[in-house]
Design a protein around this ligand. Structure first.
Ligand code: SF4
Length: 471
């Protein structure tokens, strides 16, 4: 995943840094207001979190049963239900359906699972044009990039970069743009996308939740594209993970108190749609064919394991919106579909711990992610667990393992420990330059490559503690 190399590159990119620094306070401020607004309805955030946690745990405890119920209800309402073991199988199934129905163009609304399956590439290889219709996804598709955030895919782009993409794709000269032009640029994209909605034979969407008792997919969006994609084309394919099940509509409404507030700070998203079955007699719109593709891709392995808590995730993005590491680097540094703290746990679990060694270490340990997660996923604890697994499996570099062993050996000998730490803090004090900071750390130069260090007092904790006690 080359996280270190990607991170170094991103930290030095001034355009990216400008875009990230602008976005972060918006996310944090809006969520804080959204959570505070619960009190207006007489609701308690912590109580709701506990309820949401238990709803998700209840599903995971009997996932096979809930999936079975969902499948039965979805079939009764006219939908077809297919199962996919991995991303390749998803791609094969979708291409197969598209070919059966003579599809030449597929309009897509946001689906992280289609990113897991690299569905756009598979469709294009089969001669079917995939068109992303969520505005952020449309922008990153024009740029030939992957989304960098799960709810704001183009958060890393500045207005100037988007203008350049639109000018080229829409065949017009580039103009100087400011934030006042955002509505005009959105209208421009809307006019282009409308033609795609009308001409696509297939719509592909994800699902925020699958409701077992009704066999429905719940779609929660802020853009009308979700409804266009799921009702205008003849065929609608829902691609989603098996863990997205909730038992009842009432459970769904409880989770909906938390999802928009945690994601964007809204009391409710602009469009909340429940999609059940196919077009019925007398319906004005709706697909003739609805197919659910329920995907495992590593999820079932987490059931009953030390990582099961991660399956509670409702993809709100709050953990990354509050993560100092995410907002220093942006999502592409994480190297796969899911960025931020949730990605630091999910990527190693879904792609193999040995393939994403750096990610569980991409954390300051501040626990902001754990505090804001609406379903109480203990993200820092899971990251620590992954680090432990790396050590147990001998996957860490020998120098790191040697250093930790040496530290453990010294820490069991208090006199030696004190003597060495006394020497170390004095050495650090000696490194302080005229500015009062440490700018070059000779023994581990990586520490001061991108930042300086504050000067310590030149005394160990034990020395300071003893002095204070004496005083
Ligand atoms: S881990 Fe928690 S905070 Fe992060 S996206 Fe999932 S539900 Fe939201």
């Amino acid at each position: 995943m080359h996280f270190h190399a990607r991170a170094a590159e991103r930290v030095r990119n001034p355009v990216l840094q400008k875009a990230l620094q602008k976005a972060k306070p918006l996310f944090v401020g809006k969520r804080a207001k959204g959570v505070a607004s619960l009190a207006d309805d007489g609701l308690d955030f912590e109580l709701l979190r506990s309820t949401a946690e238990s709803i998700r745990n209840r599903v995971l405890a009997d996932l096979d049963v809930w999936l079975d119920i969902f499948e039965t209800r979805a079939r009764v309402s006219g939908a077809e239900v297919l199962w996919a073991r991995d991303g390749d199988e998803v791609a094969r199934l979708v291409v197969d359906i598209a070919q059966r129905y003579g599809v030449t163009k597929a309009a897509k609304s946001k689906s992280m699972l289609s990113e897991e399956a690299q569905l756009n590439e598979a469709l294009a290889a089969a001669g079917i044009r995939p068109v992303e219709t969520d505005l952020g996804e449309y922008i990153v598709q024009l740029a030939g990039e992957a989304p960098s955030h799960i709810i704001a895919p183009a958060v890393h782009k500045t207005i100037g970069e988007i203008e350049a993409l639109f000018a080229e794709a829409h065949g017009r000269p580039e103009q100087p743009r400011t934030s006042a032009d955002i509505p005009a640029m959105t209208q421009e994209a809307r006019a282009v996308l409308r033609q795609h909605f009308l001409s696509a034979e297939m719509g592909i969407s994800g699902a925020n939740f699958l409701i077992a008792e009704t066999g429905s997919a719940a779609l929660v969006t802020n853009e009308g594209n979700g409804r266009m994609v799921t009702t205008l084309p003849r065929v609608h394919v829902v691609v989603t993970g098996i863990e997205k099940i909730v038992p009842t509509l009432e459970d769904f409404s409880t989770l909906m108190r938390l999802l928009p507030r945690s994601a964007t700070g809204q009391t409710i998203s602009n469009y909340v749609s429940l999609l059940t079955g196919t077009r019925r007699e007398g319906d004005q719109d709706g697909p003739e064919k609805t197919v659910f593709i329920l995907v495992d891709n590593g999820r079932a392995n987490l059931l009953g394991s030390a990582w099961q808590d991660m399956l509670r995730c409702i993809r709100c993005g709050a953990c990354m919106n509050h993560c100092p590491v995410y907002f220093s680097l942006g999502g592409h540094a994480y190297g796969w579909v899911y960025p931020g703290p949730m990605g630091s746990v999910l990527t190693p679990l879904y792609t193999g711990i040995e393939n994403a060694l750096d990610l569980p270490h991409a954390s300051t340990g501040c626990n902001q992610c754990g505090v804001v997660c609406p379903v109480r996923i203990p993200l820092p604890k899971l990251m620590h667990g992954l680090r432990e697994t790396q050590v147990e499996r001998g996957l860490r570099p020998w120098r790191e393992r040697f250093a930790l062993r040496a530290w453990a050996w010294v820490a069991r000998r208090p006199a030696l420990y004190r003597w060495l730490t006394r020497g170390a803090v004095r050495y650090l004090r000696w490194l302080v330059d005229g500015s009062g900071r440490i700018r070059v750390f000779g023994m581990a130069p990586g520490w001061t490559d991108g930042r300086d260090l504050a000067a310590g007092s030149g005394k160990t904790f034990h020395e300071l503690y003893a002095a204070r006690k004496r005083a």
